[in-house]
Design a protein around this ligand. Structure first.
Ligand code: SF4
Ligand code: SF4
Length: 367
């Protein structure tokens, strides 16, 4: 029984389903089964459960069934999150905006616009996360203003906003993947590994996927613009489109990305494989965002590291009085929220603070 409105931090470790028990593994298996049936139903000999259901309830395709389920998971998760951590205006605003973006831009508009003769378009997803939005065939099929919006957001607005505000503006306020992780996935945030091995894997994996996204988009664009006819470019582009979609678009972002929440934590996709996170992380490293550590106040309790969904060892920075910018930080604010001493503060003022940090002999930017 909870005697307070906010649950204590230790409640995390009392409940088996949040601590890699058999129930947690069972939940993970259920999520795997759901994602396999959603992505691959009707192929590889698997029954198609979702398309007939979509048609029966008046949704255009099985992807709107998925969108509806996804949105409901986010709403339930948001209620959970706010019950746990809602005693902070940052948390209230962040989760409120993230859920509203999903409801309006991630589900309702794409569903409703075609009913009025418009185009099904997801305004909250940009290349390289929505990798086909920069393919020439996709752009030619869109009204010019939507094609232009996709290009401007991907190559200019999104990276520039990350320079000024950090990647949190997208990864923690707008993106549906981050939104699901921060709501539905919140009960398992403490399971994210902060080991050195996981950090090394993350560095190589996420930049490899970004590289693949850039190369595959280039190759597919050349092919779709009619270049390289009669050469190897054509089969390479065709296979690249199929395999990038299968491995990154389906397996890593969908099946693995979400199904492992109950055993490996909620940001496996965002941390290790999302090319958008990699791109915005580079902007963040060069920009103003940082987590400021107040000097000589840390009592080394470790709450910040435990609750960091990106596996960053925040305590190590706090113990060294070292303010930091990590490209993987999504600016969720949980490290600051759970710190009993108010040691940590998220801020967008790194440029102004750079001189102070140099005087202290601290690195201004860290990976
Ligand atoms: S360092 Fe803090 S703000 Fe950044 S991802 Fe971890 S918990 Fe969130
Ligand atoms: S920064 Fe705060 S939460 Fe992190 S170890 Fe120090 S006192 Fe604990």
């Amino acid at each position: 029984m909870h005697l307070q409105a906010q649950e204590g931090l230790m409640s995390t470790f009392r409940t088996g389903w949040r601590s890699r028990s058999a129930v947690a593994y069972g939940l993970s298996l259920l999520l795997f089964a759901f994602y396999i049936s959603m992505y691959f139903g009707g192929q590889y000999g698997l029954p198609d459960l979702w398309q007939p259901l979509a048609e029966a309830v008046g949704l255009r395709s099985k992807w709107f069934v998925y969108g509806l389920v996804y949105t409901v998971w986010m709403l339930i998760g948001a209620a959970w999150y706010l019950r746990q951590h809602g005693n902070s205006r940052y948390n209230q605003a962040r989760i409120g905006v993230n859920v509203a973006v999903q409801v309006v831009l991630g589900f309702t508009l794409p569903f409703v616009m075609p009913l009025f003769g418009g185009t099904e378009y997801y305004f909250s997803y940009f290349w390289p996360l929505k990798y086909d939005y920069l393919y020439p065939h996709t752009m030619w099929s869109l009204p010019w203003y939507l094609a232009l919006y996709g290009v401007v957001m991907a190559v200019f607005t999104a990276p520039l906003a990350a320079v000024f505000f950090g990647k949190r503006w997208y990864c923690s306020w707008v993106c549906g993947c981050g939104g699901l992780a921060n709501t539905f996935g919140d009960p398992w945030r403490h399971l994210t590994s902060s080991s050195t091995a996981s950090w090394r894997f993350e560095k190589y994996a996420i930049h490899a996927v970004l590289g693949l996204a850039v190369v595959s988009t280039g190759v597919i664009a050349m092919h779709q613009m009619g270049m390289g006819e009669g050469t190897l470019l054509v089969p390479i582009a065709q296979q690249t489109k199929i395999w990038y979609g299968f491995v990154v678009g389906s397996i890593l972002s969908g099946v693995i990305g979400t199904a492992v929440y109950p055993v490996l934590g909620p940001r496996i996709w965002c941390r290790n494989f999302c090319p958008m996170a990699a791109l915005l992380g580079m902007s963040q490293k060069l920009g103003r965002f940082r987590i400021r550590v107040k000097k000589d106040m840390c009592i080394s309790c470790g709450n910040c590291t435990t609750y960091c969904e990106m596996g960053i060892d925040v305590r190590a920075y706090a113990q060294r009085n070292q303010s930091f910018t990590r490209s993987s930080c999504v600016g969720c604010g949980m490290c600051a929220h759970v710190c009993p001493r108010g040691v940590l503060r998220l801020e967008n003022g790194a440029w102004e603070q750079a001189e102070d940090k140099q005087l202290q002999g601290l690195s201004i930017i860290d990976y």
